[in-house]
Design a protein around this ligand. Sequence first.
Ligand SMILES: [Zn+2]
Ligand SMILES: [Zn+2]
Length: 110
Amino acid sequence: MSGFAVLKTIRCRNHPEREAVARCPDCGHDFCRECVTEHGGRMLCAGCLGKTRKKFFYQRTIFKLSVKTALFIVGLATAWLFFYLIGSILAEIPDEYHGSGLDGWSVSDD
Ligand SMILES: [Zn+2]
Ligand SMILES: [Zn+2]
C-alpha cells in the first residue's frame, strides 16, 4: 500500500527530524520554525531571504544610478540650452558691430 506515503508529515528541508511549519513562497520548500523568517509579511527561508535582500539592494542601487543619470541629462540639456541662447545672441551681434566698425574706420580715413 503506497497510501501511507501521502499521510506522512512534511519535514523541514534542513532538519529532517523536525516538522515543517511553513512553506517558502519563493522556492516552494517546507521549513521548520527556525529556518523561516518573516520578511514583508511573507515567511521566507534563509536562502531566499538573502536573495531578496540582495535584489532589494540592487534595485536601490539601480534607482540611485538612474536618478543621477537623469540629473546629469537635465544638467546637460540646461547647459546646452544656455550656450545655445548665448550663441544665438552672439551670432546677431557681429553684424551690427561690423557695420559700425566700418563706418568708424571710413570716418578716420577721411
Ligand atoms: Zn526559499
Ligand atoms: Zn529547519
